[in-house]
Design a protein around this ligand. Structure first.
Ligand code: ADP
Ligand code: ZN
Length: 622
């Protein structure tokens, strides 16, 4: 099955990093910190690399592996994706292979032999495999260019991707102290970083922290009403035919939502840890290979999926942390073309998550940490300033207002909500002080609005002085105010009660009238409507002129054929961005084709004649 080594087997390493970048990958120049990282590894040093999803981490170890003598050993937790990673590298003419439990012993032996003969540039290994005495002994008999520990945040118990085997990877530093080690992750929090440094003995290594900004992603957060309907409209209006990911918190929501989208004429596949492994593998493969598939998934899906043309990531439940949210949304638009991150959330999300945290196992410290993460997420949702500024501030980075998020595109007109919040807080206060009672948001709002519900009558709440003081605002508006009070830390969802509300010390200033509160508009949707993109993202999206569009379609059809024959995803042949450039520039010769970003030597040779012929055909109008 393996087409392992049709590239020249015994070629010498490439002379320089720039040669490798241009000749193998077909890219003109390094991005951001890539060059410094690559040079550090080539010189034999260790490094810790923090870059956002889609930031370009892979080149940081792939290029040094091509330049240094020996094989680059990549430790990756993602067995299901190794095949695609290796296929993509082989398409570039890189001698890559993997060792994992999905292989027959015969194929594994072939890979081992190639490694020992020095005929591999890159070897991907799952951590549990690597840690076996047999594998360690094998590695010791060959020549290792470097170790790359991908998804290095898996060492940390705090994250949701914790893998115990990762904590044993210190063995690399002990056994091979002179082989450079690079740990890479998109998780940037202090705690995770500290864990990586300790577990992988990187105390003396420089940390390369890239900008976490992903300017081509437009962030939008909307109020949840009828979330599936809202989702459907969002996809239909803005992403017809596009590939995207929808994240939901529970398995049943994943299934329901996928079914709902399918019923409404879209192609959606469910993905969660409760599905049998073969089904998951099949859905993942279809998502990677077919056009226009929508993956509806829990967070179990996505790590390491590097499909470049995911056009949107939608969250229909509130993510548990900004970190998780940022990693998930980062899976959109890796090709740098415009993409959307769309999140719908409501009060119920907050209540539900507080309950889940409360019910979760783990010590108090861990629970408090989770609550803090949720609070930060909530603050992001209720922010009246640029979303990107808020997101990046979470990672300790500052930027100007971005012009490509909902609050920038359509700045919320804030209003003085001090009195409304005072009413809300005092209703909660009085119930507690006068009656020793606590209630959830729904009932409090009924009291404020003066609704004679059964529950109101049952508790004689119509006799409270606050009864009906908020009749001027709709239930919806009150929900918005309540959420903002939560986001501002004036209220908490009580961990002991059933999602009941309690005041925090911070509420005192507001009740005493010593603090003014400017709130987001309430009771109507505040998301940017389609067509309101920033100039920057509109540039990126600039539609191709009709003739170029035709060539692009032709090239895509050709690409689909080739991808099918090779049994690889289409983007492994060429990215959309590369095909767009080709369609625009119409290179007539192989040399001209070679100047286009994403066309390296190997692909120029393998596909150049076809591509040029394809362009000729379209100029001949056939
Ligand atoms: P990460 O692993 O950090 O999520 P990748 O390594 O998958 O990101 O890179 C994201 C995309 O950017 C890929 O499609 C890759 O080919 C492209 N890319 C990376 N570095 C460069 C560069 N220097 N020039 C052009 N494209 C690049
Ligand atoms: Zn913004």
């Amino acid at each position: 099955m393996s087409t392992l080594f049709d590239a020249d087997l015994d070629r010498p390493p490439l002379a320089t990093a720039l040669d490798a970048l241009q000749q193998v990958f077909g890219y003109e120049s390094f991005r951001g910190e890539q060059q410094a990282i690559v040079q550090r590894l080539i010189d034999g040093g260790n490094a810790l690399v923090l870059m956002p999803t889609g930031g370009g981490k892979s080149l940081c170890y792939q290029i040094p592996a091509l330049v240094r003598p020996g094989t680059g050993v990549v430790i990756s937790p993602l067995i299901a994706l190794m095949q695609d990673q290796v296929d993509a590298l082989q398409e570039l003419g890189v001698r890559a292979a993997f060792l994992n439990s999905s292989q027959t012993p015969g194929v594994a032996r072939e890979v081992e032999q190639a490694y020992l003969r020095g005929q591999l540039d890159l070897l991907y290994i799952a951590p549990e495999r690597l840690l076996t005495p047999r594998c360690l002994e094998l590695l010791a008999r060959g020549r290792i260019a470097l170790f790359a520990i991908d998804e290095a945040h898996c060492v940390s118990q705090w994250g949701h991707d914790f893998r115990p085997e990762y904590q044993q990877l210190d063995i690399l530093a002990q056994r091979w102290p002179t082989v450079p080690r690079v740990a890479l992750t998109a998780t940037a929090t202090e705690a995770t970083r500290a864990d990586i440094i300790t577990c992988l003995s990187l105390q003396d290594s420089p940390q390369f922290i890239a900008s976490f900004d992903r300017p081509n992603i437009c962030y939008r957060i909307v109020e949840k009403h009828e979330v599936r309907r809202q989702l459907l409209n969002f996809i239909r209006e803005e992403h017809g035919g596009d590939c995207g990911i929808v994240y939901a918190l529970s398995r049943s929501r994943v299934e329901d939502t996928a079914e709902f989208l399918n019923r409404n004429g879209l192609t959606a596949l469910p993905y969660h840890a409760g599905l049998p492994a073969p089904t998951r593998a099949e859905h993942q493969a279809r998502f990677l290979r077919e056009d226009g598939i929508i993956m509806v998934a829990t967070i179990a899906f996505g790590m390491g999926v590097n499909k470049p043309d995911v056009r949107f990531v939608a969250h229909i439940d509130l993510p548990k942390s900004i970190e998780g949210y940022y990693q998930e949304t980062g899976r959109a638009g890796r090709d740098s073309l415009p993409a959307d991150a769309w999140l719908a959330y409501g009060l119920q999300d907050v209540v539900q998550q507080r309950r889940m945290i409360d019910a979760s196992e783990g010590d108090a410290l861990h629970q408090r940490r989770q609550v803090r993460q949720l609070d930060a997420m909530l603050a992001l949702c209720e922010a009246v300033t640029c979303r990107r500024q808020q997101l990046l501030a979470y990672f300790g980075q500052t930027v100007e207002p971005c012009g490509n998020c909902d609050t920038c595109l359509e700045p919320p007109t804030t209003w003085d909500g001090t009195i409304a919040v005072q009413k809300l807080l005092s209703a909660i206060y009085r119930l507690w002080r006068e009656r020793g009672q606590r209630f959830g948001g729904g009932h409090i709002i009924d009291i404020l609005r003066g609704q004679m519900t059964d529950r109101v009558k049952q508790h004689d709440h119509q006799s409270l002085t606050v009864f009906g003081v908020g009749a001027d605002l709709t239930t919806e508006a009150w929900r918005g105010i309540l959420r903002q009070a939560l986001a501002l830390g004036l209220l908490t969802v009580d961990l002991e009660g059933y999602g009941t509300l309690a005041l925090t010390p911070a509420s005192r200033d507001v009740l005493k009238g010593e603090r003014t509160l400017m709130l987001r508009p309430v009771a109507h949707e505040t998301h940017a409507k389609s067509g309101r993109r920033s100039a920057r993202s509109a540039d990126l999206a600039a539609a191709l002129p009709p003739d170029a569009q035709q060539r692009f379609e032709r090239l895509r059809a050709w690409r689909a054929q080739v991808a099918k024959t090779h049994g690889v995803p289409a983007y492994v042949i060429f990215h959309d961005a590369t095909l767009r450039d080709i369609a625009l520039q119409q290179p007539q010769t192989l040399d001209a084709l070679g100047t286009i970003s994403g066309v390296g030597i190997r692909k120029r040779e393998a596909y150049g004649p076809d591509v040029v012929a394809c362009l000729m055909d379209s100029t001949n109008g056939q």
